[in-house]
Design a binder for this molecule. Structure first.
Ligand SMILES: NC(=O)c1ccc[n+]([C@@H]2O[C@H](COP(=O)([O-])OP(=O)(O)OC[C@H]3O[C@@H](n4cnc5c(N)ncnc54)[C@H](O)[C@@H]3O)[C@@H](O)[C@H]2O)c1
Length: 377
């Protein structure tokens, strides 16, 4: 089987998730090029030590990502760094001729995103995608299949969201994800927004205008010494969007990104309401696909447990349950297939989709600031 030699820049939470997925490539039953992690970069030595201890294939460790990029044996990079570093590091990775799976929001703001896009335009042979794993849940794939098959008829409304309760604890110390200078002006939208947008954008639903309501609920948090410091990032955001289908039909699309949603651990959801039928998926019930069945004027909500039937087949029996780490593995296998130039049913989030995401997120900030509807060109 072909292998693709990887460097990992940023060996924190998400860097380790990739490594764990790469370690169980045997899970896949379809032939997909195997990622082999040969080099890692992080200035936190405990983080790189975890890679060295678990991956004998790692033969290069550095605190300077440029040293990793200079290595000829590195063919592709996973970069999972704080948002203020995305533009510079992603552009350097692409200009070094390495394939890249970058993390959202793919640039701390619209200007940073454009800098990354410029590097992509200069290097058309490099495969670049942005991480977004939730659409790979089999029950969500079922929903995507129904959109592609036009089962919904005229779309009435779409709702998508990502709800956390991670910040309900007001004593949780501030970290980089709650600091504007590192996480960005977008706050929770930059952290969670692209997750809600990947499927709608891929389905061809274009945002035309937006009204956004953003809340900064926890205005201060303790620092690492327990002293209260200002916390200026947006905790919760609701975007009321007018979206357009390819056939010109317009409909409301409501996107919610919340770090303070009581009771929600990591609820990613997508709901599509149509004239012919409707369907829902929520990662809180990871195997369940909900859809309506109609008799004349009446509609009944039905639930089917789709089980473990992912896009890329695996050794797991179809009656078992699917989870977050399985979605990560499916996303990674899809990215490797895209590097190999294979056709995929549903691909990883593209750089062009991140451009649209930044247009929408920037318009949402303006809408909230000026308390008005903002057009998106
Ligand atoms: N796809 C997802 O579901 C998901 C989930 C969480 C975070 N993310 C994204 O992943 C990215 C990273 O988030 P995380 O949660 O893994 O963060 P993290 O803080 O756990 O990890 C970031 C790592 O980068 C290292 N680092 C910081 N600056 C560095 C530098 N200049 N040089 C080398 N190393 C440096 C830190 O030491 C840390 O180990 C962000 O873009 C975030 O939005 C994605």
């Amino acid at each position: 089987m072909k292998t693709v030699k990887f460097g990992v820049i940023g060996c924190g939470l998400m860097g380790k998730e990739f490594a764990s997925a790469a370690a169980r490539w045997c899970h896949l039953t379809e032939e997909v090029a195997r990622p082999e992690i040969v080099a890692v970069c992080d200035f936190n030595e405990a983080a790189t030590a975890w890679f060295e201890n678990n991956f004998p294939s790692v033969n290069f460790v550095t605190k300077d990502y440029r040293e990793l990029l200079a290595r000829e044996d590195v063919e592709a990079v996973y970069c999972a760094l704080p948002h203020n570093l995305h533009a510079e590091v992603y552009a350097d990775i692409i200009r070094a001729g390495k394939h890249l799976l970058g993390e959202k929001p793919f640039g701390i703001d619209q200007k940073a995103n454009e800098e990354i896009m410029q590097a992509i335009r200069e290097n058309p042979g490099v495969v670049v995608r942005c991480a977004s794993e939730f659409p790979f849940y089999p029950a969500c794939q079922q929903l995507i299949k129904w959109v592609k098959e036009n089962k919904f008829g005229q779309i009435i409304e779409v709702r998508a969201g990502f709800h956390h309760s991670s910040d309900m604890d007001l004593n949780k110390p501030i970290n980089w994800k709650r600091m504007i200078e590192i996480n960005g002006e977008y706050g929770c939208i930059g952290d969670l927004g692209l997750h809600t947008q990947h499927v709608p954008f891929r389905m061809g639903w274009k945002p035309k205008k937006v009204y956004a309501s953003l809340s900064n609920i926890a205005k201060e948090r303790p620092d690492k010494n327990g002293n209260p410091v200002p916390c200026l990032t947006w905790d919760n955001a609701t975007m009321m969007i007018e979206a357009e289908e390819a056939n010109g039909n317009t409909f409301p699309m409501i996107l919610e990104t919340k770090r303070m949603a009581p009771g929600a651990t990591n609820d990613w959801f997508l709901e599509v309401y149509g004239l012919e039928c409707s369907a829902k998926f929520n990662s809180n019930e990871p195997d369940v696909f909900c859809y309506t069945n109609s008799w004349g004027k009446e509609q009944a909500w039905c639930k089917i447990n789709v089980g473990y039937k992912p896009m890329i087949p695996t050794i797991t029996g179809g009656i078992f349950e699917f989870g977050f780490t399985d979605a990560i593995l499916q996303m990674w296998a899809t990215f490797l297939q895209e590097i190999e130039g294979k056709e995929v049913f549903f691909g990883c989030c593209t750089p062009e989709e991140t451009v649209l995401s930044h247009k929408l997120n920037t318009a949402a900030l303006l809408s909230n600031k000026e308390n008005r509807v903002v057009q998106i060109d």
